[in-house]
Write a protein that binds this ligand. Sequence first.
Ligand code: TXA
Ligand code: MG
Length: 422
Amino acid sequence: SADTTDPSAVADLTALEEAGAYLRTSDIPVAFPTETVYGLGADATRSGAVKGIYAAKGRPSDNPLIVHVCDLDMLRSFLLPHGKTINGSSSSGSKPEGETIPQIYLPLIERFWPGPLTILLPNPQPSKLAPEVTAGLGTFGCRMPASALARTLIKLAGAPLAAPSANASTKPSPTAAQHVLDDLEGRIELILDGGSCDVGVESTVVDGMCQPPVVLRPGGVSIEALRACPGWEAVEKAYKDQAEMGAKSAPRAPGMKYKHYSPKARVVLYEAGFEGGKKGVLEEDLDKALEGCVGHEGREKAVAVIRTKQWPVAAGMRSVGLEQDSRVQGSDEGDNADPGTTSFLVRQGALLSADGETRAARLLDVDLGQDIKRVAHGLFAALRELDRLGADVIFVEGVSDGDDIAAAVMNRLRKAASDIRA
Ligand code: TXA
Ligand code: MG
């Protein structure tokens, strides 16, 4: 599994050794699992290798990459300018500067590393990191993944790995090796399969070099948990979500430039607490959805629903014949399944038209459940699975975004949604 923290659980060391050797010389990145999502890794010290990431993803190069380290010594060596080593040997003979990790981060490192937290650090000049990693910024983002497989790979590569999520640009992040294959087949040569990712959403990105410290992206470590650390009590959100931008009353479409986490289907997000009209949560939007969604040439339209907490089966839709025969993503289906790796069921049925008789569309129904960790774990996989099953539109029941991981879930959903109902 991608989320193990026990190094002895890394079974296939030979494959990892091969991947590590490949990373040292190749300019084609390697996809590898972390506890958050799959990453697309390259030696962060070699420009050619880092450029290979942008090429494989089709990602604009003005977006900086996270540097993944296997231990604190590796991090410390990158806090020193190029040409200096951690033992203090430098040509000038002066005392090495900058090898110490800024004080503000020590409680976070102690509490959350290895784990889903990325910290911003000053990038020394001249830097040992390839300039393409930081996109010209004076800082670099760094994290130590909880996945033992990821840390072993970094160690064997002998260099920190710059890695964005291993999806094609604009797609939902990959939480299984198959997702990477779906997006990047033919563009990369190596995917390490570590099973499905435990957390399911990306790391939390924080900047502690400003006062007060800020969260730049909500993720696997909650704001609640950050606040409990010394120096982080007053941490602020520095990211904008549509609900906070005054979109409560009107649905809005995001700009194409920032299209992100998007399946092919149109995503319609219902903010938590949305009651719907007299006819029920979704019914009013249904006819519009059926008009609005363009079915693929010559086939029945498909309407999907992702439920989390309140919505009943098929969310009040005029549905019949829900079959329980669709597939379960992931491997642990048993009663003793760990919530971290348990997946979801996609039910398929039929949606009836207003007269209650005519079959109007295919209905796909996913229940991610009430447990927010489980919702986070299954979210991207659900969006991808509904795409695979041909959904034209996906209605999503939002969760209330407190200071827990729900903030990350709603942040990603708001970006994926082409309309918000609030
Ligand atoms: O969980 C994760 O963080 C995954 C796994 C693979 O580690 N990686 C990931 O990378 O999500 P990516 O490239 O998809 O997202 C990196 C985020 C972006 O929001 C980027 O803007 C921010 O980190 N970031 C990286 N370096 C930064 C910097 N120097 N200043 C500000 N933001 C930075
Ligand atoms: Mg990404």
